[in-house]
Design a protein around this ligand. Structure first.
Ligand code: GLU
Length: 178
């Protein structure tokens, strides 16, 4: 069972996100990551293994931004590698996920047919591309999230960051705790 944390802060949140993830370490995990929005751009850092690995990467390559999400992953779909670690993102959205998307194969095939390119083996990445796609078509963010969720079969809790709404975090759940 993974850990999810989100912070809307008044100062850079990277180290506080990692501190928050440390408090969830007892739940078990195999990789970890954080993402934040800074000057209208979403950026992320991820690492395989323990949080100390992520911390080292963030020390070498600091992550700016006052609003962010963090995740400790317990791999269900795809090996516990850095490229499969959350957050998964496009240039518009970043998200972290606890749970399993059962229809990920079908959704991935539809998204690939529409031209989306996948960078991980996870079920989670389909949600990022699907939400990106719906945001292109739907002016309301809440509506785009709703349309995305209606296409998912499975259990999920999600923390979502959207580039154009850098003072908000979106959190949803179905069948998974958050
Ligand atoms: N199914 C997702 C994955 O394998 C989320 C796993 C979790 O809950 O940490 O990446």
């Amino acid at each position: 069972m993974c850990g999810i944390i989100g912070i809307i802060g008044s100062a850079p949140v990277a180290s506080r996100l990692i501190d928050g993830l440390k408090r969830l370490e007892y739940r078990g995990y195999d990789s970890a990551g954080i993402a934040a929005v800074h000057q209208g751009v979403i950026d992320r850092r991820r690492a395989q293994g323990k949080l100390v690995n992520l911390q080292k990467i963030v020390e070498q390559q600091p992550l700016e931004g006052f609003v962010g999400i963090g995740h400790t992953r317990w791999a269900t779909h795809g090996a516990p590698t850095e490229s499969n670690a959350h957050p998964h993102m496009t240039h518009k959205v970043a998200l972290v996920h606890n749970g399993i998307i059962e229809n990920h194969d079908q959704l991935r095939a539809q998204l690939i047919a529409r031209g989306y390119v996948f960078a991980s083996e996870t079920d989670t990445e389909v949600i990022a591309h699907l939400l990106h796609h719906e945001l292109n078509d739907t002016p309301s963010i809440i509506q785009a999230i709703r349309i995305t969720l209606h296409q998912l079969i499975g259990a999920y809790s999600l923390g979502i960051l959207i580039r154009t709404h850098a003072d908000h975090l979106f959190a949803v759940r179905s069948g998974s705790p958050l």
